[in-house]
Design a protein around this ligand. Structure first.
Ligand code: GAP
Length: 436
């Protein structure tokens, strides 16, 4: 792994417009981040790849987009009001606070100043606010700490509107909020983040095999998008680690510079959620099995991943440095489906109107089929370096010769190989490269 990889990636993210500190002109708000022009494209491409694989390429999963604010009883039923706590310890000397689980050997000693820490006190991670203009307890609502509950509470709506047969699932991508005691490691742990979650309803018999199938399916999704297999692993939860609702859980972990850490968890939640919502809402949350002529509570397999963590892992994994003629070339070897821009069109001489005109025309034409940009704001060497750092797989250069032979130079990001391609054939050439 490259030395100081985290610092280098953070610096590249700022330099190239992937990720900025939020509210930076006011000194920033700790552990909150804004995605810039390339960052939002990368994140959108990750979400699109997930949606394609988990919704559009299947006929057993339905997409939804549910509200962030939900009836407060949802969080009683889910167990979040009673159980969604971390233990927090405070230092009376340096006034810092710590999540008990993160403290190493001596949990009573402040890791910063060595003073004595308080006992661990439960701290609920849900953000609480009020709905409407009156701040009273009857109006309390929570910012959802997971997107999952929005899918459980729509179980009956999907049965009634789409009449699916088991097994089937719901999928959604959306914001979630947790008042983490110790956010950190750039975008890895934040208080506002996005999740991509599936709730897959299946027959109770065989839910173990379905769980195993989903672990494999989700693990392979990361590999198919180019993550180095050596940086990815599965870790099964021990019994004492399992969340209150889970029968089994496997984390897919990525080797970040701070160690292997969770990207996504796949849990077998059994019938816990449907039964809890039945108990708290009074609505029967069952599925009628036509073949056996009986009502059943399906079991739920839940693959739950973080968009921001996936984005960080793809950035880390793609970051590369190589020596080219005594200089260090920095590039992001992003999978072509994830690259924010697929092709950059660059005029070799920006003071030659004919070259600029052709380059702009090419870029407008390419834009109709995929993300392409035109750039003439620096010398060709600098433009190549910028596009390498943005992870752009192809640069297309229009030069003096192009005016005569109606060809352009196409340069590949990873190999730096250059070939001449006819302008008339350029889009077909690039599309073939981008889709194979
Ligand atoms: N519905 C189950 C659930 O929410 P989780 O393991 O608590 O499970 C799922 O969260 C995923 O959401 C994690 O694997 C992680 O990728 C992401 N995630 C959770 N907390 C996060 C945080 N504070 N910052 C960024 N991502 C987070």
């Amino acid at each position: 792994m490259t030395d100081n990889l985290m610092d280098k990636v953070i610096s590249l993210c700022k330099r190239r417009g992937f990720i900025f500190q939020s509210s930076e002109i006011y000194g920033g708000l700790s552990s909150t981040w804004d995605y810039g022009p390339y960052g939002v494209e990368l994140k959108n491409n990750i979400k699109a790849a997930w949606w394609r694989s988990c919704v559009q390429e299947r006929d057993d999963i339905f997409g939804v987009d549910t509200a962030i604010l939900m009836h407060p009883k949802v969080w009683e039923a889910s167990g979040h009001i009673q159980n969604f706590f971390d233990l927090k310890r405070d230092c009376s000397s340096c006034k810092q606070w710590f999540k008990e689980a993160d403290l190493g050997g001596d949990k009573n000693k402040c890791p910063e100043c060595g003073a004595k820490l308080t006992e661990g006190k439960p701290f609920n991670l849900m953000f609480k606010t009020h709905q409407g203009p009156v701040e009273e307890s009857a109006n309390i609502v929570y910012l959802r700490p997971e997107t999952a509950q929005g899918m459980f509470v729509n179980f009956l709506n999907i049965l009634d509107s789409r009449h699916p047969k088991l097994p089937f699932g719901l999928a959604q991508i959306g914001k979630a909020f947790r008042n983490e005691i110790t956010p950190g490691n750039f975008t890895f742990r934040t208080r506002e983040f996005e999740q991509m979650e599936i709730e897959y309803f299946t027959y109770p018999q065989g839910s173990d095999e379905m769980y195993e199938k989903w672990v494999e399916e989700r693990f392979n999704w990361y590999l198919n998008l180019g993550i180095n297999p050596q940086n990815l692993r599965k870790r099964q939860h021990q019994k004492d680690e399992l969340a209150h609702y889970a029968l089994a859980c496997t984390d897919i972990e990525y080797q970040f510079p701070f160690g292997f850490s969770e990207l996504e968890g796949i849990a077998n939640r059994t019938d816990f959620d449907l039964k809890q919502h039945e108990k708290f809402s009074g609505k029967e949350m069952t599925y009628f099995d036509d073949t056996k002529k009986e009502k059943i509570y399906p079991h739920i397999i839940e693959p739950s991943g973080g968009v921001d963590r996936a984005t960080l892992a793809f950035l880390m994994d793609a970051y590369s440095e190589e020596k080219v003629k005594e200089e260090t070339r920095v590039l992001l070897k992003l999978h072509k489906n994830l690259a924010p821009v697929k092709a950059a069109v660059l005029p070799l001489l920006k003071n030659r109107p004919q070259i600029v005109e052709i380059a702009k025309k090419i870029s407008w034409d390419l834009k109709k089929s995929f993300a392409a940009v035109y750039d003439d704001t620096a010398s060709i060497g600098k433009l190549y370096r910028r596009q390498d750092e943005a992870g752009t797989p192809f640069c297309v250069t229009v030069d003096v010769q192009s005016l005569e032979d109606l060809q352009v130079t196409v340069r590949e990001r990873d190999t730096m190989e250059q070939v001449r391609v006819e302008i008339d054939n350029l889009k077909r050439y690039l599309l073939e490269k981008l889709t194979n």
